[in-house]
Design a protein around this ligand. Structure first.
Ligand code: ARG
Ligand code: ZN
Length: 413
């Protein structure tokens, strides 16, 4: 059935530039407002808190981007004005930009060839077909398994890749938990292609096994293609509003901070930890292979961050030196391709506290020491619409970072 398209008519996007802690606290408090949609997280101000003082220690001056519906704009801007918060209007009417962007994508879209392509963003079915094709063509190194079913009944698949011993250390990669972050499934699918179809990367699968979930939230992902480009959550229904933020739904300090108890919020943590079939599917895979998984990557966009634990406290994890040193190496490998820089640090310290994320649960509960949330580059008028022409350059540079991660796992486990 053809679904009604959600209109963003009159929605505006603001860039907020806090200049002190009180202003920042006020901006953070909007996060508890159900209808204010944060496109980028408010960032900490003040003295360096990352371990690498040389890697952009001072975050002040980076704006927070939020989308506000028409009926809230007057009170929102007057709140900003009375708190003397500097802001500007980045997008005057989101719907107009949305229509223009969709028209542009329609022109660029090419008919599906059966093979995967990285010159356009792929629908869920195309990614599924690609996984099946790999399972058929490379039965010795690939298997595809359904790890669960989304609320609307779509298969959530993982692909297992390995050309060596079955007890090799595992790297687990999660993509597409947030529906609108299209570069995430694209990059994760690219990793799959490089590992399976590029002979040059044979060493990456001989001493390491991989479990990769390219689209953890298929309902949300499809919804962003058919009905609402800026959808983030799952599609499970609530009394008032649809969907749960999958990256607030994991059972580690659940609902403590940076997550909402309000159903309509974009950071709604769910009625209970693991209320979502999507997050429980990932949980079960992680627990099944917990002893063997040595590295976990959660792929998001946007903002160029390599984030490690924790989201519930500004205290650094015990193994921070290892986590940080590895991220520094990854970052410089990415930067060496064409100069793209990332900020490295604990998620609370370089962004802000938020609990229920997968990376913290995988570390804190499943006991995998090396876990990272990767925020890929953004682009387009909104950061979630990295132009399709940028998919390949971003994938190529970021894959250099994946090589560093793999190398570390191969040499240390
Ligand atoms: N942008 C991601 C999210 O909102 C990353 C969260 C990182 N963790 C944090 N505590 N800020 O889920
Ligand atoms: Zn995300």
């Amino acid at each position: 059935s053809a679904k009604e398209k959600i209109s963003y008519e009159g929605y505006k996007v603001y860039e907020l530039l806090p200049s002190n802690e009180e202003q920042l606290a006020l901006i953070r408090s909007f996060n508890y407002h159900q209808y204010i949609d944060f496109w980028s997280e408010p960032k900490i101000l003040g003295k360096p808190t990352t371990v690498n003082f040389w890697s952009e220690p001072k975050i002040l001056g980076k704006p927070t981007t939020v989308m506000v519906p028409p009926n809230l704009q007057a009170s929102f801007t007057s709140t900003l004005a009375s708190a003397h918060i500097n802001y500007s209007v980045l997008i005057d009417n989101v719907e107009r930009v949305n229509n223009a962007e969709q028209a542009r994508q329609a022109i660029n879209a090419r008919p599906a060839s059966g093979r995967i392509s990285f010159t356009e963003y792929q629908r869920y079915d195309a990614i599924q077909n690609y996984l099946s094709e790999l399972a058929t063509n490379y039965p010795d190194i690939v298997s595809v398994e359904e790890i669960g079913t989304s609320y609307e009944g779509r298969a959530i698949n993982m692909i297992k890749i390995g050309a060596g011993a079955s007890d090799n250390p595992i790297i687990l990669v999660e993509g597409g938990i947030h529906a609108r972050e299209w570069i995430s499934p694209a990059f994760v699918t690219y990793i799959i292609q490089e590992l399976v179809e590029n002979e040059d990367n044979r060493n990456m699968i001989e001493n390491t096994n991989w479990i990769i979930v390219p689209v953890l939230n298929p309902d949300g992902y499809e919804h962003t293609h058919t009905s609402a480009r800026l959808w983030r959550k799952t599609r499970s229904p609530g009394l008032l509003c649809t969907g749960v933020d999958g990256n607030r739904n994991f059972d580690f300090h659940w609902m403590e901070t940076g997550a909402s108890a309000l159903q309509c919020s974009n950071t709604f943590a769910g009625s209970a930890p693991f209320s979502e079939s999507e997050t429980s599917a990932l949980r079960d895979v992680v627990l099944q292979y917990a002893d063997q998984i040595k590295l976990f990557l959660a792929i998001h966009s946007y903002g160029n961050y390599l984030l490690y634990a924790w989201g519930h406290t500004s205290d650094l994890p015990e193994d921070v030196n290892i986590l940080d040193a590895l991220a520094v190496e990854v970052e410089s490998a990415i930067a060496s391709v064409s100069g793209t820089r990332y900020t490295i640090g604990s998620s609370t310290n370089v962004l802000y506290a938020a609990t229920g994320g997968s990376a913290d649960w995988v570390k804190g509960v499943a006991g995998v020491n090396l876990t990272y949330t990767v925020e890929l580059p953004g682009g387009g008028i909104w950061g979630f619409d990295l132009p399709a022409s940028r998919i390949i350059p971003v994938c190529e540079e970021t894959f250099e970072g994946v090589k560093v991660y793999q190398n570390y796992v191969e040499n240390n486990f």
